[in-house]
Ligand binder design. Structure first.
Ligand SMILES: C=CC1=C(C)c2cc3[nH]c(cc4nc(cc5[nH]c(cc1n2)c(C)c5CCC(=O)O)C(CCC(=O)O)=C4C)c(C)c3C=C
Ligand SMILES: [Fe+2]
Ligand SMILES: [Fe+2]
Length: 343
């Protein structure tokens, strides 16, 4: 058979981050992000009022202060870790076969510019890799929406593949286990907390795609039969990483952070788990945050600083955060395999 003409385009997509720590740039980022109907899943008018009259004006100055704690000479960690991941992936893939570009779902570099780079090079196929290991409508679903919105303007749409969740990929699990093993050399930890980004419970209930629940318990609790919801994927991630590290079940906890607003989000909340641990006299905790593949505001500041402070105020002694995958070799190899297995 004749060899297919053209390269395969790879688009890595992470969430997005403000262009700078100026309050105006943070407000712009929050507006774009939270006006996405898959993130705040209200009808347009109530969403517009909530975002533009309440969240963006009040949250932007506070968030800008938090971004200042996080910012480096290279800018936002979420952005530069994604750039490093891309550069290392490029070095590992055959340049005659693949062209890699990266984008952020919100702000810069945009999905539009990433796709343009691939389309200008006349790629024959595009593999989109959302950098969210557990599928959620608010993240992977939104990336798919945006890519297809742009593709709608093309005369010829090349073959396209979207990577969905990869919580059971052996290299994804090994990448976390390597970081865990290194951290575990420092202390004999009493408990291992896996804290994931939360979601409104409503979004879990809505996410009903028949077919493939592997765990059941939480999906059934939310009235979904035979589903494999975001929450279930988080529990599965914990179980598989803990198995790799040989952690006993009674030392491992899964919980959900970053609740915004008053609606119920998936439980247990990380803040409640912190209180329970302290009440039980637990002193040494190692924390993983495997919904994030790059360090960002939600890992470094929220888990690494704010939750640490809360735990220590309640009598805890060690609340140590495992760094994220960033551009570790094993993680780069995982992304390489996600791509090559779909080529
Ligand atoms: C309704 C609000 C939000 C939903 C739903 C949500 C889902 C969600 N988010 C991530 C990953 C990240 N979120 C980050 C920041 C962030 N998230 C929200 C709100 C929702 N997220 C806000 C308001 C913010 C901004 C920060 C703040 O003001 O507190 C980030 C960090 C970005 C950075 O620049 O460092 C990431 C990453 C996932 C994976 C997810 C659903 C599963
Ligand atoms: Fe978020
Ligand atoms: Fe579930």
């Amino acid at each position: 058979m004749a060899k297919a003409k053209g390269k395969i385009g790879v688009l890595l997509v992470n969430l997005g981050t403000p262009d700078s720590t100026k309050t105006g740039d943070v407000r712009k980022y929050l507006r774009e992000f939270l006006m996405d109907g898959r993130v705040i899943d209200f009808p347009f008018i109530p969403r517009w009022m909530l975002v533009n009259l309440i969240i963006a004006p009040f949250r932007a100055p506070k968030s800008a202060g938090e971004y200042r704690k996080l910012w480096t000479d290279r800018g936002s960690p979420l952005l530069f870790h994604t750039q490093d991941l891309k550069d290392k992936l490029v070095a590992k893939l055959d340049p005659k076969e693949y062209l890699v570009s990266m984008a952020m779902r919100y702000q810069t570099p945009s999905i539009e510019s990433g796709l343009k780079e691939l389309m200008d090079a006349k790629v024959r196929k595009i593999i989109v890799v959302p950098l969210f290991p557990q599928y959620a409508s608010a993240t992977n679903g939104s990336v798919i929406d945006r890519v297809m919105e742009i593709a709608r303007t093309w005369q010829i749409i090349p073959e396209m593949t979207f990577v969905s969740n990869y919580v059971d990929h052996p290299l994804f699990l090994e990448a976390w286990a390597e970081l865990g093993r290194e951290a575990m050399q420092k202390q004999d930890y009493d408990k291992f907390v896996f804290s994931y980004h939360g979601l409104p419970e409503r979004q879990i209930r809505k996410g009903s795609v028949d077919g493939y629940c592997q765990l059941g318990a939480c999906c059934n609790k939310y009235g979904l039969k035979n589903q494999f919801c975001y929450r279930a994927q988080c529990f599965q991630t914990t179980r598989l990483v803990a198995e790799k590290l040989g952690l006993p079940d009674d030392k491992v906890l899964t919980c959900f952070q970053s609740r915004l607003g008053k609606d119920p989000w998936v439980k247990p909340y990380t803040e409640d788990v912190i209180k329970e641990l302290a009440k039980d006299g637990i002193k040494k905790v190692l924390v993983f945050s495997p919904a994030f593949v790059a360090d960002c505001l939600e890992t470094t500041v929220e888990v690494g600083e704010e939750y640490k402070e809360q735990f220590e105020e309640l009598g805890g002694e060690h609340w140590d955060l495992v760094p994220s995958l960033n551009s570790s070799d094993t993680w780069v190899n995982c992304v390489k395999d996600l791509v090559e297995s779909r080529a």
